[in-house]
Design a protein around this ligand. Structure first.
Ligand code: KIV
Length: 287
């Protein structure tokens, strides 16, 4: 499979839908790559689905770099995008570039930033530093406290207009793709029509240029309530629990390990070992 790059994603608009999934480690990235996924987002959702935090605000840049590095070691054919965690792009454009460079050095080929026009100076500096940027509008989980929860965005004319204006401003700043999360389909459709940058929806209906889901949601490995927009393509939680239960039962009953899972020595050596006298504890201590 050919490597997916930023220009490849830009050229997909109106030609072929983009499939993006989150992944946080080596096996996740291998699976996504082997399945032909276009973009792996090393999302800050790792805070929730991997580390068990309540919000994404708890994950640090160092933790994100750790996940990006594990994904990059899989050398996926998919484009690797590192999510900039909360407070890594909120202070100054200089700080933002330094923090993004940490993710790029860990193996990210682009970064994602939540927010609208207020992020333009930071995005421009990243692009000037040759770091491709993916935007993220609509329901932005890092705004959970400011918004008072996770709510669908752009349901009113004024908020819908703001999202359209923000999308145009981000495009002008040079983003290569835009995540639209938790917005009505009609709004995602207008944004997708008005910008020439590919849009990637999550809870944004069918009109976006691509779709993204969180790895653990898609595979049924979550432990909370799944959002309405999730389609579960497998139930790995049940499969894994069943496998672990069978392992436990086999251990308890002595059914594991069997002959096939056991190393052997030549029968002669085995016999010699059996016959050899084991030194008593007293002897061992007196040695
Ligand atoms: O962190 C994440 O998983 C995301 C996606 C939901 C787009 O930002």
């Amino acid at each position: 499979m050919a490597k997916v790059t930023v220009p490849v994603i830009r050229a997909r608009k109106g030609v072929e839908k983009i499939a993006m999934v989150t992944a946080y480690d080596f096996p996740g990235a291998k699976l996504a790559s082997e399945a032909g996924i276009d973009i792996i987002l090393v999302g800050d959702s790792a805070a929730n689905v991997v580390h068990g935090f309540d919000t994404t605000l708890s994950i640090s840049l160092e933790m994100m770099a750790f996940h990006v590095a594990a994904v990059a070691r899989a050398k996926p054919h998919s484009l690797v995008v590192g999510d900039m965690p909360w407070m890594s792009f909120h202070i100054s454009p200089e700080d933002t570039v330094r923090n993004a460079a940490t993710l790029v050095r860990a193996g990210a080929e682009a970064v994602k930033i939540e927010g609208g026009s207020e992020r333009i100076p930071h995005i421009e500096r990243l692009i000037a530093a040759e770091i491709p940027v993916m935007g993220h509008l609509g329901l932005t989980p890092q705004s959970v406290h400011a918004e008072g929860g996770y709510r669908v965005q752009g349901r009113r004319l004024d908020t819908a207009r703001r999202i359209i204006r923000d999308a145009q401003a981000l495009e002008e700043a040079g983003i290569f793709a835009l995540v639209l999360e938790g917005v009505p389909e009609a709004l995602a459709s207008v944004v997708t029509d008005r910008i020439s940058t590919p849009t990637i929806g999550i809870g944004a209906g069918r009109s976006a240029d691509g779709q993204v889901l969180v790895f653990h949601d898609l595979l049924g490995m979550g432990f909370g309530r799944y959002p309405k927009f999730v389609r579960q393509y497998a139930n790995l939680r049940d499969i894994a629990t069943d496998a672990l239960r069978r392992f436990r039962d086999d251990v308890k009953t002595g059914n594991f390990p069997g002959k096939k899972e056991t190393y052997r020595v030549d029968p002669g050596l085995e016999e010699a070992l059996q016959l050899e006298e084991t030194p008593s504890t007293a002897n061992v201590f007196s040695l």
